[in-house]
Design a protein around this ligand. Structure first.
Ligand code: NAD
Length: 224
């Protein structure tokens, strides 16, 4: 039985992913700030992540879902600490978990890593510069890492969801949400279940000739 670690697994896309993995017979471990997570850890804390993952045992599939929106103001009004915090969770968090699981994947010659970026990382959303830049960084990380692992049986891909109806959007202003939906050709938000279906495929034995790639799931918004 394959074992999957899903960060941000207590909510939204991560929770839907865990549900899908369980339905497919995959053992799942959630890593989340939430106290009910299997590993209740801050993903940005390198030492805590490395310790928790070492104790959890072998991981075959890693899904990096933990993420924060960060500041929602024009760049010149962002506090440096808030900029750093966004990068600590969205980028350093992804680095931390990859760093901890990859040696075992290489040893076992099999691994699947799925990093959750965003359409914001391709296009940049106004008043979301920290988030957009951090999600672009996740794409760069994925492209480099995919090449580093290309001959080791470990494939690494990223996905770029558009607006997905999850708790993450609950604090997004109605104006910003309307702007984002207005840019989706399908004219609706996506669901976490739809995103989990793509993550499942990218985590499976069916995904064998794609690595360092970016898969879009945005209702037609960012078709590149
Ligand atoms: P969500 O807010 O529903 O879930 C995020 C989860 O991450 C929460 O359970 C939260 O506790 C956890 N988390 C946050 N900071 C953490 C930390 N420091 N350490 C450990 N866990 C932490 O959000 P979601 O919509 O499910 O988003 C999942 C991923 O998808 C995020 O990376 C997000 O940026 C990305 N994404 C979401 C959307 C969307 O519209 N919802 C669109 C594009 C990309």
């Amino acid at each position: 039985m394959k074992r999957a670690l899903v960060t941000g697994g207590q909510s939204g896309i991560g929770a839907a992913c865990i549900e899908r993995f369980k339905a497919e017979g995959i053992e799942t471990i959630s890593l989340d700030l939430h106290k009910d997570a299997d590993l209740a850890v801050d993903v940005s804390d390198s030492a805590a992540v490395s310790k928790a993952i070492a104790a959890a045992g072998p991981i075959d599939i890693l899904v990096n879902c933990a993420g924060v929106v960060g500041p929602t103001t024009p760049l010149w009004e962002i506090e440096a600490a808030d900029w750093d915090k966004t990068f600590a969770v969205n980028v350093r968090g992804t680095f931390n978990t990859c760093h901890a699981v990859i040696p075992g994947m290489i040893e076992r010659k099999w691994g699947r890593i799925v990093n959750i970026s965003s359409v914001a990382g391709k296009e940049g959303n106004p008043n979301l510069s920290a988030y957009s830049a951090s999600k672009a960084a996740v794409l760069g990380l994925t492209k480099s890492l995919g090449k580093e692992l290309a001959q080791k049986g470990v494939v690494v891909n990223a996905i770029t969801p558009g607006v997905i109806a999850t708790p993450m959007n609950k604090d997004t202003s109605e104006q910003l949400l309307e702007y984002m939906i207005s840019r989706i050709p399908m004219g609706r938000t996506g669901t976490a279940v739809e995103v989990a279906a793509l993550i499942y495929w990218l985590s499976s034995d069916q995904c064998t000739f794609s690595t360092g790639s970016v898969f879009d799931i945005s209702g037609g918004r960012t078709t590149y």
